[in-house]
Write a new protein. Structure first.
Length: 162
């Protein structure tokens, strides 16, 4: 879910880079845009502020993304999260923001599952991280034909990560 939201921001960032390739304001901005505001360093905040001044659109999109995370992280009940999410979606459409259209479509179809995060604050981030480690080991193994050896490498990597 966060990935889809970040992809919407990244589409706009790429468009800005294409439109103004010599403008250094948007260089190195991708990973800053993907982080939540409260986790940014002072240097990253300065870069983000400069980007917001150069492109109000990117500022609005970043702030709307932060609002979405705030809804999920601070709502205490499913109903309150649903109400806040509906207001958030309404503000997106009323302000004519089209960059989030793919994300809004996904949220609309999976709304119940998205809002279930409010109940336990569980995500599949750990599983996705493990899958990335397994893929990296598979790439580094150059087509290892012995499944047992690949399995041992994955288990060894998992024990290091935990």
């Amino acid at each position: 879910m966060t990935k889809q939201l970040n992809e919407c921001l990244d589409v706009v960032r790429k468009k800005l880079r294409r439109e103004a390739p010599k403008n250094d304001t948007f260089k190195g901005l991708k990973w800053i845009l993907f982080k939540q505001y409260h986790t940014l360093s002072d240097k990253q905040l300065d870069i983000l502020d400069a980007a917001k001044l150069a492109s109000p659109e990117i500022g609005i999109l970043y702030d709307k993304r932060e609002e979405f995370h705030h809804i999920l992280d601070n709502s205490t009940t499913f109903k309150s999260a649903l109400d806040k999410l509906e207001l958030w979606k309404k503000s997106i459409t009323q302000n004519g923001i089209t960059a989030f259209d793919p994300f809004l479509k996904m949220v609309e179809s999976k709304q119940e599952y998205v809002l279930n995060y409010v109940l336990d604050h569980l995500s599949n981030a750990v599983t996705e991280g493990c899958n990335n480690v397994i893929r990296a080991i598979g790439r580094a193994a150059f087509g290892m034909t012995n499944f047992q050896n690949l399995r041992w490498r994955v288990l060894a990597a998992q024990s290091i990560l935990h």
